[in-house]
Write a protein that binds this ligand. Sequence first.
Ligand SMILES: [Zn+2]
Length: 153
Amino acid sequence: MSASKSQYIIDLKTIKTKSQSFEYDLDNDFWASIEDGLISQGNVHAKAVIEQKSHFYTLNIQIDGIVQVPCDRCLDNLDVEVKKEENFVVKVGDEIDYSDEIIYVDADEQLDLAVLFYETTALSLPIVCVHEEGKCNAEMIEILKQHEPHTED
Ligand SMILES: [Zn+2]
């Protein structure tokens, strides 16, 4: 994953009030900046609410919008609605780790929201993304059929 733009990096040490929220519109530039992204384009409203507790932070992430992903049948891009809310606990640890509901940041306390917005959106996608019946790229379907191993001709 590429280095995130600084606007998505929150310095947790600056969270002075008990609860603070950050809102973004994740446009095509955002999705294009994520290198190994399945999502090529999109328009998603994202919100993060960070609350300071005694020895940790709670983080609520909400995403809502539309992204474009390749269709599993014809490979053309397909619009998919995404909407999801996730809750995390953020702690300071020895290593940075975003892989679980408990997120660890190092002593610098820099939280990268871009990673979390991307992952929350990716997790909200259905397992199979296909166009509605008959809406696929007909040319591509024809080509794929010709390459099927067991044709009768
Ligand atoms: Zn399709």
